[in-house]
Design a binder for this molecule. Structure first.
Ligand SMILES: C[S@@+](CC[C@H](N)C(=O)[O-])C[C@H]1O[C@@H](n2cnc3c(N)ncnc32)[C@H](O)[C@@H]1O
Length: 323
């Protein structure tokens, strides 16, 4: 029954976020009636939703007053440096898509056409890019501690999305320059994010398609983060080979993603994420880290190692060096 009703939790949380409940309660407590008036909702179901939010630990209640739980205040109120609201909105965008899972199984095609969140639908694209940025503020600050770029000078960030990773590396290594290759509709937002992080002198963007655009040469590091979960083995191998060709001798390739264990039946999050990717990308799914390591070895990379991000982050990276 927990599995059968798990979407109740999601929908309560997503709806509360969508109607602006957590912003309304930023640093303030309100009664159910006050909340219903402010959000233009009906008092009776609003009170039921608020009580469920308390039970789920999202809100706290003191007498008749509701307020954000500390983690809600930290992650879900706009303006907080840890704000995750766009990532939550992107999950909300995918709710109807998940309802088409059976059709996805029968047709083997994404139920949300990738073009929609990769440029053509303005709102979905914004949620996607800023959602990645929200998440990357956490994962990138872990990644910069997992690899040592020493005195490397030029980074190529393939499918770099919002550019958050490149900006974080630029902050850690003031001599490092980075080029972020991504689709034109994404790069438009990335340029704003780079400026907002004050890294426009170190990080630049390169609009293109990583399948067809030639990688710029003379790189000391190539980062491919969050890309392999939308690509087939054949295309992942091609990207590894393109990265190898673009690296200087001794250059480092970092591939970071949600990877599965050998056999792809664990960890749980990775297996669920694989289904999410099947619903949202042509070749979406999950790869095992050991397989990716083998593909890198086949392409001539040495000194290969796998590192796990600190929990609860589900990401892992594989790093290797060009001879
Ligand atoms: C999950 S995001 C990862 C973003 C970022 N690297 C990170 O880890 O936060 C995947 C990125 O790949 C980009 N992408 C997808 N297909 C692409 C293509 N054919 N050429 C270039 N970029 C592509 C998407 O626009 C998106 O920014």
């Amino acid at each position: 029954m927990s599995l059968a009703t798990a979407y109740w939790n999601s929908q309560i949380f997503l709806t509360a976020h969508r109607i602006g409940l957590f912003s309304l309660l930023a640093k303030t407590a309100k009664t159910s009636e006050q909340i219903a008036i402010a959000l233009n909702t009906k008092p009776r179901p609003t009170a039921l939703l608020l009580n469920a939010c308390v039970a789920l630990g999202i809100l706290e209640k003191d007498r008749e007053y509701y307020k954000n739980a500390p983690s809600t205040e930290f992650f879900l109120v706009p303006g907080s440096p840890a704000f995750m609201g766009n990532a939550i909105s992107y999950s909300d965008d995918l709710y109807e898509t998940w309802g088409k899972l059976e059709q996805c199984l029968r047709e083997d095609k994404p139920m949300l056409p990738p073009a929609e969140y990769l440029g053509s639908d303005v709102e979905k694209t914004r949620h996607f890019v800023y959602g990645m940025h929200n998440r990357a503020m956490g994962t990138a600050s872990a990644l910069v501690n997992l690899v040592d770029l020493g005195d490397r000078r030029q980074l190529l960030d393939v499918g770099g999305g919002p550019s958050t990773y490149s900006c974080m590396f630029a902050g850690r290594y003031p001599e490092l320059k980075s080029k972020v290759l991504d689709l034109p509709g994404i790069v438009a937002h990335a340029n704003d994010i780079i400026s907002s992080m004050g890294k426009q002198h170190q990080v630049s963007t390169l609009p293109g398609d990583y399948h067809t655009t030639e990688f710029p040469e003379d790189n000391d590091v190539v980062l491919i983060s969050g890309v392999f979960h939308r690509e087939s083995e054949q295309d992942c191998r091609k990207l590894i080979n393109k990265a190898a060709d673009s690296l200087n001798s001794g250059g480092m390739l970092i591939i970071s993603d949600v990877f599965a264990d050998m056999g792809c039946c664990s960890p749980v999050f990775a297996t669920l994420f694989a289904v999410n990717m099947a619903l949202t990308a042509e070749n979406g799914g999950i790869h095992a880290d050991a397989d990716v390591m083998k593909w890198m070895a086949d392409a001539g990379f040495t000194g290969l190692e796998i590192k796990k991000f600190p929990p609860p982050m589900p990401h892992r990276l594989i790093a290797g060096y060009k001879q």
